[in-house]
Write a protein that binds this ligand. Structure first.
Ligand code: 4AZ
Length: 343
C-alpha cells in the first residue's frame, strides 16, 4: 500500500455501541454526554412526529429508500469469470472511490450513501489532514478527466476507536463528504449487510482497486477487478495459514492457490458479493491487510462489514445529531408554524 505521510489534526471522541470512534474533522467537535444524547434523540423524535403530522414532504425526502448495490450499466455478474485481475468495465463498481491526498490516490473506499464513504482506518493513521483529502467517485482511469467523475472534500473522518494497529482489528473508517454525491450510471451506493447471517445468501465475490499488481510493484491507472472466494476463518487461521492471528471481525478472501489478491493501494476498497435473489451487491469486506500479496495460504484479509452495521449507523446518527444542534429551534419554529396552519 502507498505509504501516506501524516501530520497533526484535531480530534474528538465519539463512543458507539460496538466500538467507539475517534472523530477527526476540519474543526474541533465534541461528542455529547449520554444525557444530552438522549435529549437530542427525544427532540429528533419529537421533530419527526411533528413533521409526520404537518410536513409529510419533509419526511418523504428524509426516509425515501434509495436503491443500493446495483450497476445500471452492467448485466448480472457471472458471465465472464477470470483468473487474476483485469481492467474493470465502465460502471462495474459504481460505489468504488479513490481516496486521494493532494490529488494522489492512496486508498480505496465504498459509497454507502450520498454523503458517506466507508474505508479502512489504517489508511488515515495516525493523523490525517482532513482538508487535504479528496474522494473521487465515478472514475475508472485515474489519470483521465472523465465526465462521470465527481470529486468531494471530506468534512469529517471517523476512525473506529477499536482499531488495533498491531492486530489490524476493527480496521474501519467513515468519511463524511463536504457535499453529497449525485447518483448516476457511474456513481451508486453499495448495500450493507445488517447481520452476519446475511452473508449466507451471497455467491460471487469480487475485489477491486487501483493498487499495485505485485507486492512493492507499481500502482495501476485503470481500475482492476478480480473474482475471489470467501475463505472460512477455520481455514484462514490454521497454523500454516495466518496461524491464529485473525479475529472474528475479519474475513479472508482470495484463491487457495494464491495469485489473486488485493495489494498495496487497494486498502479501504470493497470486497463485494452478489446476492442473486435480490440482484444486488453487498459490501462484505473492506480491504485491510495481508502477508505480502497473492501468496499461497496468505489471502487478503478484510474487515468484516456485517460486524459493524450498528457502528456505521450510530456514527452517522451521532454526527447528524451534533450537526442538528439547532433542532430545538427547528422544533419551536415547526411547532409554531404547524399550530398556525392547524388553527
Ligand atoms: C496494503 O498494504 C495491503 N494482500 C492491502 C491488501 C493486502 C496486503 C497489503 C492483501 O494496503
Amino acid at each position: 500500500m502507498v505509504t501516506i505521510p501524516h501530520t497533526t489534526m484535531t480530534l474528538a471522541y465519539v463512543t458507539g455501541p460496538t466500538a467507539p470512534s475517534r472523530l477527526f474533522s476540519g474543526s474541533w467537535s465534541l461528542s455529547h454526554p449520554p444525557a444530552a444524547q438522549l435529549d437530542m434523540a427525544s427532540l429528533r423524535f419529537a421533530f419527526l412526529l411533528l413533521s409526520l403530522s404537518c410536513c409529510p414532504a419533509v419526511v418523504w425526502t428524509a426516509t425515501q429508500n434509495l436503491t443500493c448495490g446495483q450497476r445500471p450499466l452492467l448485466d448480472s455478474p457471472g458471465a465472464s469469470r477470470v483468473v487474476g485481475g483485469h481492467d474493470a468495465e465502465v460502471g462495474a463498481w459504481p460505489w468504488q472511490v479513490s481516496i486521494q491526498k493532494d490529488s494522489r490516490h492512496f486508498c480505496g473506499g465504498s459509497i454507502i450513501n450520498s454523503k458517506w464513504v466507508l474505508s479502512a482506518c489504517h489508511c488515515f493513521y495516525p493523523m490525517p489532514v482532513v482538508s487535504r483529502l479528496w474522494v473521487v467517485a465515478g472514475q475508472r482511469v485515474l489519470s483521465a478527466s472523465e465526465d462521470s467523475s465527481q470529486r468531494r472534500g471530506v468534512r469529517r473522518l471517523v476512525l473506529n476507536k477499536g482499531y488495533n494497529k498491531v492486530t489490524h482489528d476493527n480496521d474501519l473508517a467513515l468519511l463524511q463528504l463536504t457535499e453529497p454525491l449525485s447518483f448516476s450510471l457511474y456513481v451508486q451506493p453499495v448495500c450493507l449487510l445488517t447481520r452476519e447471517e446475511e452473508e449466507a445468501g451471497l455467491e460471487l465475490c469480487f475485489i477491486s482497486g487501483w493498487g499495485t499488481t505485485t507486492y512493492k510493484g507499481m500502482a495501476v491507472d485503470v481500475l482492476q477487478e478480480a473474482e475471489v472466494q470467501l475463505i472460512p476463518m477455520e481455514t484462514c487461521n490454521q497454523w500454516d495459514w495466518y496461524g491464529g492471528i485473525l479475529t472474528q471481525h475479519m474475513q479472508c478472501a482470495g484463491n487457495e492457490a494464491g495469485g489473486i489478491d488485493t495489494c498495496q493501494g487497494d486498502s479501504g476498497g470493497p470486497l463485494q458479493c452478489y446476492n442473486e435473489d435480490l440482484d444486488r451487491f453487498y459490501l462484505v469486506g473492506v480491504t485491510s491487510f495481508g502477508e505480502g500479496c497473492a501468496s499461497v495460504n496468505r489471502p487478503g484479509v478484510y474487515a468484516r462489514v456485517s460486524r459493524y452495521y450498528s457502528w456505521v449507523q450510530y456514527t452517522q446518527d451521532q454526527v447528524r445529531s451534533g450537526v442538528a444542534s439547532i433542532q430545538p429551534w427547528l422544533l419551536l419554529t415547526g411547532l409554531t408554524l404547524c399550530t398556525m396552519v392547524q388553527l
